[in-house]
Write a protein that binds this ligand. Structure first.
Ligand code: PMP
Length: 305
C-alpha cells in the first residue's frame, strides 16, 4: 500500500503518496494512543459523495477529545481534506482513512508537549468481507477474546490501540476458517465484530446490543436505526446472549467497511435459513439506496465531492 502513485493529505498539504512517512520514534507507534476514522464515498447520480462525512468527522474529534488530543485543524479543514484526497487520486468511490497521532518530539509515556499530526488517505476498497458474503452471508465464530471493558480502554473512541483486540479476534477466527469474529463483553453478552456492529432479527423485530456492551457507536449502526424506523420495523437495543443469535431468524453486521453484511452461521450453528434473510436484504438494499443518493430523505447525509 505504501509504494504507489497518488496523494495523501498530511498535516495540511497534499504530499506524494510514497513520501507520506513518519519517524520510527513516533509516540503513537510505541504506545498506541491515536484515533482514526473509516469513511466511504459512493457514486451517486449527482457525482461522488462522502457518506455521513460530518458525523464521521464529529466522531474523530470526539475520539481525540476522549484521548485528550487536540487536533490542530478545524472540522471544516478535515472535511475539505477528505474531498481533496478523493479528487487528487481520481476516485469516484472509495474508502477514506483520517488518522491523528502523537509525533516523535519526545517519547515518555506522557505525550504532553508532543505534536499532534493528521493525515487523510483514500483508496478503492470493495466489499470488506467479500462480494459473495454480501448475498450469501458470512460464517462467524464467537471469539475467545473478550471485547474491551468500558473502563479499560475507552470504547466510544475509535482509538488505534483498541484494534489489537480486534486483530487478535479476527486472526483467531480466520485461522479457524471463519470469515469474522464476534466478541462478547466482559460479562459474556454480545458486543460486536472486530470492526462491525451486530444485529439480529427475531419474529420481525430487530435487536442490537446497547452501547454499554462496549461496542463502538457505529455510524452505519445509526443508519440502520433510521432504516428500521422507515421500514416500520421495531428496533430494540438490549443485552443479547450468543445463544439468542443461534436461534435468531437472521443476523447481520454493519460497518463503514462491511456495509450491511449478512451472517449465515455462528459457531457452526446455522442462523435461520442459513443465507441472507429477507429483512436483512431489505435493510441492505435501503442502505445502498441511501448511500448512492437514491433516497431524497437522506440527501443531507451526502457531501458532494
Ligand atoms: N465497531 C468497530 C470495532 C469498528 O471498527 C467499526 C468500524 N468503524 C464499527 C463498529 C462500525 O462503525 P461504523 O458503522 O461507524 O463504521
Amino acid at each position: 500500500l505504501a509504494d504507489r502513485d497518488g496523494k495523501i493529505w498530511m498535516d495540511g498539504q497534499l504530499v506524494e503518496w510514497r513520501d507520506a512517512k513518519i519517524h520510527v520514534l513516533t509516540h503513537t507507534l510505541h504506545y498506541g494512543c491515536g484515533a482514526f476514522e473509516g469513511v466511504r464515498a459512493y457514486e451517486t447520480a449527482d457525482g461522488t459523495a462522502v457518506f455521513r462525512l460530518e458525523d464521521h468527522t464529529n466522531r474523530l474529534f470526539n475520539s481525540a477529545k476522549i484521548l485528550r488530543m487536540n487536533i490542530p485543524f478545524s472540522k471544516e479543514e478535515i472535511n475539505e481534506a477528505q474531498k481533496a484526497v478523493l479528487r487528487a487520486n481520481g476516485l469516484k468511490s472509495g474508502y477514506l482513512r483520517p488518522l491523528v497521532w502523537i509525533g516523535s518530539h519526545k517519547l515518555g509515556v506522557s505525550p504532553k508537549g508532543n505534536q499532534i499530526h493528521t493525515i487523510v488517505a483514500a483508496w478503492a476498497w470493495g466489499a470488506y468481507l467479500g462480494e459473495e458474503g454480501m448475498t450469501r452471508g458470512i460464517r462467524v465464530k464467537t471469539s475467545s477474546y473478550t471485547r474491551h471493558h468500558v473502563n479499560i480502554t475507552m470504547t466510544q473512541a475509535k482509538a488505534v490501540s483498541n484494534y489489537t483486540n480486534s486483530i487478535l479476534a479476527n486472526m483467531e477466527a480466520t485461522d479457524d476458517g471463519y470469515d469474522e469474529a464476534l466478541l462478547l463483553d466482559a460479562a459474556g453478552f454480545v458486543s460486536e465484530g472486530s470492526g462491525e456492529n451486530v444485529f439480529v432479527v427475531k419474529d420481525g423485530v430487530v435487536y442490537t446490543p446497547d452501547l454499554s456492551a462496549g461496542a463502538l457507536n457505529g455510524i452505519t449502526r445509526n443508519t440502520v436505526l433510521h432504516i428500521c424506523e422507515d421500514l416500520g420495523l421495531k428496533l430494540v437495543q438490549k443485552r443479547i446472549t450468543r445463544d439468542e443469535i443461534y436461534i435468531a431468524d437472521e443476523a447481520f453486521f454493519s460497518g463503514t467497511a462491511a456495509e450491511i453484511t449478512p451472517i449465515r452461521e455462528l459457531d457452526r450453528v446455522e442462523i435461520g435459513s442459513g443465507s441472507r434473510g429477507p429483512i436483512t436484504e431489505k435493510i441492505q438494499s435501503a442502505f445502498f439506496d441511501i448511500a448512492h443518493g437514491r433516497n431524497a430523505k437522506y440527501a443531507h447525509w451526502l457531501a458532494k465531492v
